[in-house]
Design a protein around this ligand. Structure first.
Ligand code: GDP
Ligand code: MG
Length: 423
């Protein structure tokens, strides 16, 4: 049984929260793309945890977690993240965590390159998290990357690293006027973290293939959302990886298996971190009220998130790209107390109304068509069944379900593990 949990929107939909909940029925949780450029916040009986690189299943002792070949891994960050979790009482051993030998290492110079480029761009910046993600994926496709498996053969790696450092230093000095990269420092960095992570590195493709064949249940956890996908998102304001469910078997090392279930996590309103077109964006006091109600500040960066009403064209597109079979609607409780709720029901592009999501330059010209629906005034964080929801909340959910044409199965009414209901 292979299930993917993905983001329908721009990210931060609450995927970590849903993985934490649903992983109780799974044996293995896999992250298949991205690096530490985003964060999943999970609140459960063990505490509050922020996960950037580790799969959210790490919070359950009995679950095996895999960091797949599609990921990029900053070893220093992983070291820190594991340390913080262990302080919080989470046990992490090679029994709990397996790292793909084909996952790519995000080196200190990738972070530096990310910063140099964002600074060079000035006002035209991409809004990168400056964690080195675009440069390291770039190097992967240039075939100049270092993979986790290379740490198992340090002598060979040191030899290859010499050429890579020489090549990258040309960019640093020639393009940015920065200092060349210090080879010895990079060797020391790799040796230090290589020592720590060597026991976790293995052929996770083989592990997952055998697990699947033995009838184990595997859950794929996506980072970011459909609108940040490198191919189908709001390019170039996307992430540098494939955030869609169809990529999960590939980024995990088992392209010979197909997804059985795709669960799209969709937020009851919209948020977007960083630059790029965000058609439904709210400003001023209206935005501030929603941002405060939802606590919309980035888990990885602390940046205030841009906010807007639920966006029908964007979410319909997200549902299609994710191939979602069912939806987990999150943060419904945040909308309590607003007398009326705006919904972006369509876009107007060059005078034509559409519910299809435009891509490319047409998206920059899109204007939101807003309609208002009734809100509800009571606290819904204690609701555990459909019948307990106020009529206006039920109507809002039914409205969204129809608008995106996908059944909403789970409704989350709070950040804590048990604050949800199933329809
Ligand atoms: P992810 O990147 O998709 O995993 O989402 P984030 O963790 O970055 O952002 C979601 C935030 O909303 C986190 O702080 C969660 O704890 C919180 N959250 C998730 N679901 C709910 C919900 O239903 N209600 C409320 N109030 N908070 C939620
Ligand atoms: Mg997030």
């Amino acid at each position: 049984m292979l299930t993917a949990i993905t983001g329908i929107n721009w990210g931060d939909e609450g995927k970590g929260r849903m993985v934490d909940l649903l992983s109780r029925d799974y044996d293995v949780v896999v992250r298949y793309q991205g690096g530490n450029n985003a964060g999943h916040t999970v609140v459960n009986e063990r505490g509050k945890f922020i996960l950037n690189l580790l799969p959210s299943g790490i919070l359950r002792d009995e679950v095996v977690n895999v960091m797949g070949n599609g990921m990029v891994i900053d070893l220093e960050h992983l070291h820190g993240e594991m340390g913080r979790l262990r302080e919080g009482g989470i046990e992490i051993t090679p029994k709990h965590l397996k790292i793909s030998d084909k996952a790519v290492i995000c080196m200190p110079y990738h972070k530096q390159q990310d910063c140099l480029e964002e600074d060079r761009l000035g006002d035209a910046k991409y809004g990168s998290t400056r964690r080195g993600i675009a440069p390291v994926y770039g190097d992967k496709y240039m075939k100049k990357a270092i993979r986790m498996g290379d740490l198992l053969e340090m002598d060979k790696l040191k030899e290859r690293l010499r050429g890579i450092v020489e090549w990258k230093s040309l960019t640093f000095t020639g393009v940015y006027g920065a200092d060349p990269i210090n080879y010895e420092e990079m060797v020391a960095w790799l040796e230090r973290y290589g020592e720590e992570f060597r026991p976790y590195i293995c052929d996770t493709s083989l592990f997952l293939d055998e697990a699947e064949k033995a009838g184990k249940k595997i859950l794929f956890e996506a980072q970011l959302g459909a609108l940040r996908d490198i191919d189908f998102g709001i390019y170039p304001y996307t992430s540098s990886s494939s955030t869609i469910g169809a990529y999960a078997p590939i980024g995990s090392g088992i392209p010979n298996h197909k997804l059985d279930l795709s669960i799209g996590v969709m937020k009851a309103y919209s948020t977007c971190v960083g630059e790029g077109p965000f058609t439904c964006e709210l400003f001023g006091e209206e935005a501030e009220n929603l941002r405060k109600a939802g606590g919309e500040y980035g888990a990885a960066t602390g940046r205030p998130r841009r906010v807007g009403p639920f966006d029908v064209p964007a979410s319909r597109y997200g549902v299609r790209m994710q191939g979602a079979d069912e939806i987990a609607l999150t943060k419904m409780d945040v909308l309590s107390g607003f007398e009326t709720l705006p919904v972006c029901v369509a876009y107007e592009v060059d005078g034509v109304r559409t519910t299809n999501f435009p891509t490319g330059a047409a998206l920059d010209r899109a204007k939101p068509v807003i309609e208002y629906v009734p809100g509800w005034n009571c606290d819904i964080t204690g609701c555990r069944s459909w019948d307990e929801l106020p009529k206006a909340a039920q109507d809002y959910i039914l409205y969204l379900e129809k608008a995106v044409n996908c059944p909403i199965k789970y409704v989350s009414v709070g950040a804590e593990r048990e604050q949800y209901l199933v329809r």
